[in-house]
Design a binder for this molecule. Structure first.
Ligand code: ATP
Ligand code: MG
Length: 395
């Protein structure tokens, strides 16, 4: 009897016309995360099967739980399709389990099988009752739920249902550019977009010497955690110092942040276009700071035509922190290194910035040229989840 992992797709099955594309992307994503684990992956319209060649189920499970597009995961026993053998193996599997009440639930995808699901459940229930003492069938909330699947190639028995991450397979919706700072919000925003099938690239603005190497390593570490969900991440690092200093010297204090963020968006749009990213994703949350009032968002957003998606826009900080803890970015995000948005912070940033004023002030700096130069000199870092140890040492 072989132990294998069954994957169920959930929401994907609603994608009737595109299901082939979704499944082939899911399979590729699974192959990528399991590339060091020695497994065979096969699939049909309803299920994917992962057959490990050695006893590394826990490691495989940990990785598979982070792959989007999966509704449920089962560790199942694969049995030759012989009904008598199925009964024998069932007894072997349940005889050492601790339970008083149980129920057998059968799914029959092989419609040509000579018994229907109800009959199979009843008969297998009777087999348990006659072979083991003191057991009772209970329909609602039994101690042990015995799941049986009758498929064309084989029969499967499993007991536990492990929740998958849900969402769509990463990449099925195209690419998006995540503005990734070292804070709490943007990694969570990236995770949520990734969950909807968006493959992330990331953009980080640094301002050396005002921001440190530690701050940059922290962002690399966050990208590396996100890569466990996303697969490899191309991280664009833009040196923002010259632009920021020009803003600081020439623009009225209260408009520093607004103009700075308009420059970030302009750069984000250009990098998105060069890299075929269809959207910008960021961690803005309505009302959180002066640059995130609705008027501010308008003034900032008006410099780009690409859609800007803000997955945490309507979340409270505590709700964002909950997710950050769940995806394991929180501890890294709260490391105390400065961000380029936190240096040169004005005492009284404008809460209702006027677009025409922004345009007037921006005439005071040669920003188009500065932006071109910053993009030309960008650093590109390829991040993958295997980089983990290296970054831990750097922090
Ligand atoms: P976070 O916790 O994600 O840093 P925040 O609450 O500190 O967000 P802001 O500093 O106003 O808010 O930034 C809003 C968003 O702008 C961030 O979530 C991020 O998407 C983007 N952003 C800010 N600073 C940077 C940076 N240095 N590099 C890239 N993106 C940035
Ligand atoms: Mg920030």
């Amino acid at each position: 009897m072989q132990k294998i992992i069954i994957i169920k797709y959930g929401e994907l099955t609603t994608k009737k016309d595109n299901i082939g594309l979704f499944l082939s992307v899911l399979k590729t994503n699974l192959e990528n995360v399991l590339k060091n684990e020695d497994v065979n992956i096969t699939f049909d319209k309803g299920r994917m099967f992962i057959e490990p060649n050695k006893d590394n189920y826990e490691k495989i499970l940990d990785k598979v739980k982070k792959v989007f597009g999966i509704h449920e995961i089962n560790i199942a026993y694969k049995i030759d399709n012989d009904y008598e053998i199925l009964k024998e193996e069932l007894i072997k599997l349940v005889k050492d389990k601790e339970f008083k009440t149980f129920k057998v639930e059968t799914k029959r995808s092989n419609k040509k099988f000579f018994k229907n699901s109800m009959e199979i459940s009843k008969e297998l229930g009777a087999v348990v009752l006659t072979n083991l003492e003191n057991k009772k069938v209970l329909v609602n909330n039994p101690d042990l739920l015995i799941n049986v699947e009758i498929r064309l190639d084989a029969f499967y028995i499993y007991f536990d249902k492990i929740a998958g991450s849900g969402g769509y397979p990463v990449g099925t919706l195209g690419k998006g550019l995540l503005m990734l700072s070292g804070g709490i919000d943007s990694p969570v925003a990236g995770y949520l977009a990734c969950k909807r099938g968006v493959k992330l690239e990331a953009l980080y603005f640094e301002s050396p010497p005002h921001t440190s190497l530690e701050a940059k390593n922290k962002v690399k570490k966050l990208a590396e955690i996100l890569s466990e969900y996303n697969g490899n991440i191309k991280l664009h690092v833009i040196n923002f110092t010259e632009i920021q200093e020009a803003i600081y010297k020439n623009i009225p204090n209260e408009y520093l942040i607004t103009i700075m963020r308009r420059m970030m968006y302009r750069i984000g749009e250009l990098i998105s276009k060069h890299n075929r990213c269809k959207i910008i994703i960021n961690g803005e949350s309505i009302g959180q700071v002066a640059s995130q009032t609705l008027t501010s968002m308008n003034a900032i957003n008006s410099v780009v035509s690409i859609p800007v998606i803000r997955p945490v826009a309507c979340f409270d900080k505590l709700e964002i922190i909950d997710i950050a803890n769940k995806i394991n970015t929180f501890e890294t995000s709260i490391l105390p290194y400065e961000d380029c948005c936190t240096i040169f912070v004005p005492k009284h940033p404008v809460i209702n910035p006027q677009v025409d004023k922004c345009i007037e002030y921006e005439k005071l700096i040669p920003y188009e040229e500065l932006i071109r130069k910053a993009i030309k000199n960008q650093e590109i870092i390829n991040i993958n989840s295997d980089s983990n140890q290296e970054f831990n040492e750097l922090l």
